[in-house]
Write a protein of this length. Structure first.
Length: 81
């Protein structure tokens, strides 16, 4: 079982992308994207594991005002999901 999620970022850094270090360990890219890729690699190397079940938000539309606002203020946290 893996439970993950990035910490709340500084909104100013989120709004001005060049202030955000995408390679920082706490950045949503590293947690939501690279972290899941690492889980997949580990599962592929473990023959006894047959499947991965990932539970995330459901029914979210990528271009809804709520999702856009969260992406702007959260370093694309929803986008990297």
């Amino acid at each position: 079982m893996a439970m993950q999620g990035p910490p709340k970022p500084n909104p100013l850094v989120s709004i001005i992308p060049f202030l955000s270090d995408q390679n920082a360990p706490s950045h949503p890219y590293m947690i939501n994207y690279i972290g899941v890729k690492n889980i997949i690699k580990a599962v592929e190397a473990t023959p006894s594991v047959k499947r991965i079940v990932r539970i995330s938000g459901s029914g979210e539309k990528p271009f809804s005002p709520f999702t856009i606002l969260l992406n702007i203020l959260g370093n694309m946290a929803k986008g990297w999901n």
